[in-house]
Design a protein around this ligand. Sequence first.
Ligand code: NOJ
Ligand code: MG
Length: 527
Amino acid sequence: MADSPWWQGAALYQLYVRSWHDSDGDGYGDIRGILERLDYLSWLGIDGVWLSPTMPSPDEDWGYDVSDYTSVHPELGTLADLDALIAAGTERGIRVLLDLVPNHTSSAHPWFVDARTARDSAHRDYYVWADPAPDGGPPNNWLDATGQPAWQWEPATGQYYLHNFLAGQPDLNWWEPAVHAEFRRILDFWFDRGVAGFRIDVAHGLYKDAELRDNPPLQANHGELDGRYGLQPVYNANRPQTHDIYRDWRQIAGSYAPPRLLLGETWVPDAGRLASYYGSNDELQLAFNFPFAFAEFSEAGLRDVISKTLAALPFGACPVWMASNHDIGRFPSRWCAEDKPRIRLALLLLLTLPGTTVLYYGDEIGMADVLVLPDLQRDAMTKGAAGKRGNRDRARTPMRWDGSASAGFTAAGVVPWLPLPDVSEPDVAEQRGDTSSTLWFCKQLIDLRHTELGGGVADFELLPGPAGLLAYRVGDIVVGLNLSAEQQRMPTGAGRQLLATTGAASADPAALGPSHGKIARWLPALG
Ligand code: NOJ
Ligand code: MG
């Protein structure tokens, strides 16, 4: 379709800058490092990259605590480096998206430095301040990301300020018109430089209840996305006014040629609420589908979330599929227990669904979570955390480019900021030299995505099938995934095979062994 947006059918790549490639030997990946390796992404067929936060920051939350919205973190490079990356990306058809953090700033941001000085300071109302409760404690029951009260007492001015994340990340007050004006300027600043769009951090969270009402308790048997620490995020997130912001930003994004992309980190538990962030196709063009990422990797679990997503989204909207990121961990571990056939099955799924797919760096080589021992952990928010979510550093470790001691990530002898994956883990060089590798499989999938699958939802149809077999059709292309432990068959017969998770031959060309998947062109006569 000539007039479909570039992200429809695209494969995006989340690039955690600090861990991708270190060009200057300080142990931290950087923007020049991306430039040096950009041809790899071009070879892989990537349409756009989302760079994890690149703006100056004291790094209490590794860039998610911004102290200057119109500059580049000195540890990662300069504005000139970023301009060079945008230009090099344009030559290769790779768009550059930045991470925008509008829910909160760093406490080191000049706005907050001023705001905390006096109740009548110029920037006081940029933040959420409140008087103590009658007993002198926090104004309400809201908790921050670590489970502690979300309010920090400021003796100098005798009020609390709100922080939904760390105390060093004060929440902005979106009831204040000046905050809207600041962010309009920030959007224009980056769009004017050629940035293709933004991934918007905590996109569902910007407005807070004007009356700061207490959050209600969580229901029993709640899911991962329903809330945390016993509370539902009803009043400190998901407020209806947040949609006004995106209608405004969509106008700004649409005033550029080509239109700029707004991709929200919409941490909501169901397809209905996810769909609300697309508005009537007048808010975010893309919204991360966390119910999909947290679905069970089974035929029933996936069928349910895929059909609900497609049913809920407004007509013409692009769904977003991803299964790994720097917060939730890597799908080869979460979904696949590091089983190679299942990792390929997951890649097959991700890269054949309609809409936009976002891979996380390392997904393409089947990189698993890395156990980072407590002494080496760098994430303050989850340091020492055990249990299901665990410490987030597990999914932020450096890319393994080759089998050398520094993994090709940094200079020889330099200690990287987080430990390297074990040498026994797959590396890029080894897999690039082996056309039967997961990396090649991923590249072939991306090629097919571009040549055979238009990415439009209208052409997509889930096929009925026996338990354990997930199959769908996109035009005359049929995809079959056997998520069961039993032998299955492609529901439409063998067709002409375009790609399979393994090359294993079988007497029955339509056969799908346990944890195997295929893409075929449907040829009715051969069924
Ligand atoms: C979501 C980001 O992905 C996460 O890494 C960060 O800690 C929080 N938002 C706060 O910005
Ligand atoms: Mg560096």
